[in-house]
Design a protein around this ligand. Structure first.
Ligand code: NCN
Ligand code: DMD
Length: 336
């Protein structure tokens, strides 16, 4: 059950108290995996995915029946600094495209038989330019977290969260730089396609923002350097953790949202796998910080939840084998 979020402390407490995976189910999944008609380990990463998934769903023969994809959209004051190759009005235009079924994520969600929801967060009220001060007030942060928190269908059995927000790779890079340090250029990339000059400007903007507001607390970093859609993704990933719904993480922005939760609590992302490695500059380093190996690496850099939605097919493949295969005993095959 999902508690109401009335304060930011409620959020911190719910995450800290969230139940872990089912240890008995994990043991049963491992046992079954060891009996299936294949050489040990021959299904590679698929085996670990099936065991991970079964342990969160509490069963040795799990299936995916009700995937949910949620796309959150937000606008960013930092776009005034010229950090994106596209104008800010593309955010609202793409929301219309999502609602009409015309975006990449619509096709990939449909292919996965996933329910898809779209939440546009106050697009006519962009966050403040975080090179000047905090992107959001505490009230705004709580509202955005709550949008994500309440968007998760408790009946879903795997969750993908995606985003749309012109300027948000700058926000995600600032979040990573604040959380993990290093050089600002370790975390910046070309986003929608800025040139060398644009990338240098973006890196300078990230350096400026983090020099001004260098908190290392997960929620403060989200408030000062994040965006509404990024906070909403964090809210949804946290709600899924409380509800024991496995999550497939998407690209750089989604993983920056997830990183803020990892800073709040060590086990905050135990229910999550990395769907793919995006082409965005800092994503590989971010996945390494999160300790997550991507299921796919196809050079995508779209966002919207696209890479993670595609990775639902990999999860389904893992579960089809784990839950459907015969054991050595059932098939009369000699084991090794
Ligand atoms: O998911 C990713 O890794 C990713 C990488 C590059 C760009 N994007 C998408 O592009 C938009 C942000 O790019 P930008 O250049 O405006 O910061 C935003 O709508 C994201 O969904 C997404
Ligand atoms: C057209 C377009 C589609 C997107 N989808 C996610 N981010 C995007 C950015 C742009 C520019």
């Amino acid at each position: 059950m999902l508690p109401d979020l009335t304060t930011l402390s409620d959020f911190r407490n719910a995450l800290a108290q969230a139940p872990g995976a089912d240890a008995d189910a994990r043991a049963a999944c491992e046992d079954r995996n060891g009996q299936l008609t294949k050489p040990p380990g021959a299904l590679g990463q698929l085996e670990e995915i099936a065991i991970w998934y079964g342990s969160w769903r509490g069963t040795a023969r799990p299936e995916v029946r009700a995937p949910q994809v949620i796309v959150f959209a937000g606008n960013h004051g930092v776009t005034a600094r010229g950090v994106s190759a596209f104008p800010a009005e593309v955010t609202v235009q793409m929301v219309a495209n999502f609602k009409a079924g015309g975006a990449a994520i619509n096709q990939l969600a449909q292919l996965a038989d996933a329910r898809m929801d779209v939440h546009a967060l106050e697009l006519d009220r962009p966050t403040a330019d975080f090179t000047q001060g905090p992107a959001m007030s505490e009230e705004d942060l709580l509202a955005a977290l709550r949008t994500g928190w309440n968007a998760v269908d408790p009946a879903s059995d795997v969750l993908v969260v995606g985003e749309m927000g012109i300027g948000n790779t700058t926000s995600a890079a600032a979040i990573c730089h604040a959380l993990y340090g290093g050089e600002p250029g370790d975390w910046t990339g070309r986003g929608t396609g800025v040139d060398d000059e644009g990338l240098a400007l973006k890196t300078a903007v990230v350096a400026e923002a983090v020099a001004l507001q260098g908190s290392r607390d997960g929620l403060e970093v989200l408030r000062c350097l994040g965006g509404r859609e990024i906070a909403a993704m964090a809210g949804a990933i946290a709600a899924a953790r409380v509800l024991r719904i496995p999550v497939i993480l998407d690209g750089f922005i989604c993983c920056a949202a997830a990183a803020s939760l990892a800073r709040l609590h060590d086990q905050a992302l135990d229910h999550a796998v990395a769907g793919h490695q995006s082409a965005e500059g800092g994503h590989q380093a971010l996945l390494a910080r999160l300790g997550k190996a991507p299921l796919l690496s196809l050079g995508l850099r779209l966002g919207e939840g696209s890479g993670a939605a595609l990775a639902i097919q990999v999860l389904k493949g893992a579960l089809a084998c784990h839950s459907g295969m015969a054991t050595f005993a059932e098939a009369g095959v000699s084991d090794g």
